[in-house]
Ligand binder design. Structure first.
Ligand code: FAD
Length: 487
């Protein structure tokens, strides 16, 4: 029988409790862990990389890189308390019941997931465990509130974020839980599921190692997430209403990968903001962004087609273009439109892109290039360290105009105007598109319209050192409007 290391003062329960970590890689404010630890049972903490269940959405490459660090961080925290983290790879549907059987677990604890396919999988796992005599306990741990709580007067669900957010704030958001005081653990012998152990090194890129820029930019982990939050509240939240749109500045919290992996919980952010003057402009506007995150989850829960279909049925007849060359130029940051290329290269090199830049590159892809938003959603899913099934899909539908509450399709961002407004000194473009750094004024924003002498002076040869635009902005806009009118 496996050895148990018990330091708990709670009544002794001999059968262990499994805590199944998913997108909640933290110890504090973890209702599932909290409940399992107070049950008095010795704990088994497990993470399963389920790449094999076809109905689910596998983690993209950037997220896998993040996961590598986040799992190591969680394991280190658990080891400091005498435990460890077991990581498995394969079908969670097979592995959870198998692990529970091998270890004679008395209970399994997890946080609810949102998409109907994930919930269906959880139901199947629950049934299998219960048939084995193992109790299952689930909590809401990745959202502010259970998505069934916020209802319209007619009992339906909200389709507009503003009304949803207003309604949510009439409810009480539970206080975040602290770290459990005492944890006791059960060892899992090496002989249990030996061929299902996750080789965590495989989560990182080997050859080529494209993650150097990621390592320079990010440190995954619970303590780092809390530090990001504290630094942001101390230094930037007051200026957030202005700073959040300046692409070259660190005017936003950069909490997204910590929130997406669950190193920081939304309730922790909510609570921190309440004590930080939630009604003053900066904190209020920042909280409303957390509202968009919550709304994306709420929408995914109520409208599971969100990542797969245009929510506005009108777009089912949209004649998107199919151009592998244009898509590739966009992905590589080689469109010839500097602000678009800057955003796409920031994404490629760091796994993150400023929100304003995400809107600009999204508009450019779906409107100027008239390429289906699902291509953009897939690319972001693979390249963002904060890749998030709900946020990503909702924002792509918003940008493309295909969502329920979305920017109208005919509102097409002019990338040059956007750059002039949100990168007025051109610092963002110079940082990410260094071949243009010696250009100044309008030439930096629109090199194709610059005088030959200015380009020569800046060391730029269009078509050679920097691409000519792959689409004429006016022609692209007209083509998009024509496609839209044809619906
Ligand atoms: P802050 O401005 O500091 O905001 C704080 C938190 O609020 C963020 O961490 C995030 O959790 C949430 N938030 C902010 N803006 C939004 C928003 N528009 N929608 C939903 N939640 C928001 N965000 C992701 O977390 N994952 C994604 O995969 C993702 N894909 C996107 C795709 C497109 C096309 C667009 C336009 C936006 C996308 N976003 C996504 C939303 C947003 O760009 C990022 O959350 C934000 O840039 C993260 O930086 P931050 O943490 O500094 O944000």
């Amino acid at each position: 029988m496996p050895r148990s290391r018990t330091q708990s003062s709670s009544p002794r329960q001999t059968r262990p409790a499994i805590v199944w970590f998913r997108d909640d890689l933290r110890l504090a404010d973890h209702p599932a862990l909290h409940e399992a630890s107070s049950s008095g049972r010795p704990l088994i903490c497990v993470y399963v990389l389920d790449d094999v269940t076809p109905a689910l959405h596998p983690a993209g490459a950037a997220l896998r890189w993040w996961l590598h660090g986040a799992l190591a961080d969680l394991r280190a925290h658990l080891e400091r308390r005498g435990g460890t983290l077991l990581t498995l790879a394969g079908s969670a549907e097979d592995l959870l019941p198998q692990l529970a059987r091998h270890m004679d677990a008395g209970s399994v604890h997890w946080h609810h997931r949102l998409h109907e396919r994930e919930r269906a999988q959880d139901d199947r796992i629950r049934r299998a465990l219960e048939q084995q005599g193992c109790e299952v306990r689930a909590h809401w741990g990745t959202v502010l509130l259970d998505p069934d709580t916020v209802r319209t007067k007619q009992g339906g669900f909200y389709k507009v974020c503003g009304s949803f957010w207003k309604a949510l704030q009439t409810h009480t958001v539970p206080e975040p839980l602290g770290m459990p005081d005492v944890l006791s653990f059960q060892d899992v012998p090496d002989s249990v599921l030996p061929d299902k152990r996750l080789n965590e090194a495989d989560l990182c890129p080997q050859a080529p190692d494209w993650a150097a820029g990621f390592r320079k930019t990010w440190e995954p982990g619970e303590a780092e997430g809390q530090e990001h939050l504290e630094d942001f509240l101390k230094d930037a939240v007051a200026e957030y209403p202005r700073g959040r749109d300046r692409v070259a500045e660190e005017g936003t919290s950069r909490l997204s990968p910590y929130l997406a992996s669950g190193a920081v919980s939304p309730r922790q952010v909510w609570a921190a903001l309440q004590t930080h003057g939630a009604h003053t402009d900066g904190p209020r506007i920042f909280l409303s962004e957390l509202g968009w995150r919550e709304f994306a989850r709420y929408t995914l829960y109520h409208l599971p087609q969100l990542p797969f279909e245009n929510l506005s049925p009108k777009f089912s007849g949209m004649r998107w273009r199919n151009s592998a060359a244009d898509l590739k130029a966009w992905q590589r940051g080689q469109t010839g439109v500097p602000i678009v290329d800057a955003g796409m290269r920031q994404l490629w090199q760091t796994g993150w892109m400023h929100n304003r830049a995400r809107m600009i590159v999204g508009s450019f892809l779906t409107k100027h290039l008239l390429i289906d938003w699902k291509e953009g959603e897939a690319w972001f899913r693979d390249t963002l360290v904060d890749a998030d099934f709900a946020n990503n899909a909702m924002n792509w539908q918003w940008v493309a105009g295909t969502g329920i509450e979305a920017t109208p399709f005919f509102r097409i961002f002019n990338p040059t105007r956007q750059a002039e407004k949100f990168d007025p000194d051109g610092d963002y473009i110079r940082q990410w598109v260094p071949e243009l750094r010696r250009l100044s004024g309008k030439a930096l924003f629109e090199p194709w319209a610059a005088k030959e002498a200015d380009l020569r002076h800046g060391g730029v040869i269009l078509g050679k050192t920097y691409p000519r635009p792959i689409v004429d902005l006016k022609d692209g806009r007209d083509r998009a409007l024509q496609a839209f009118r044809g619906l």
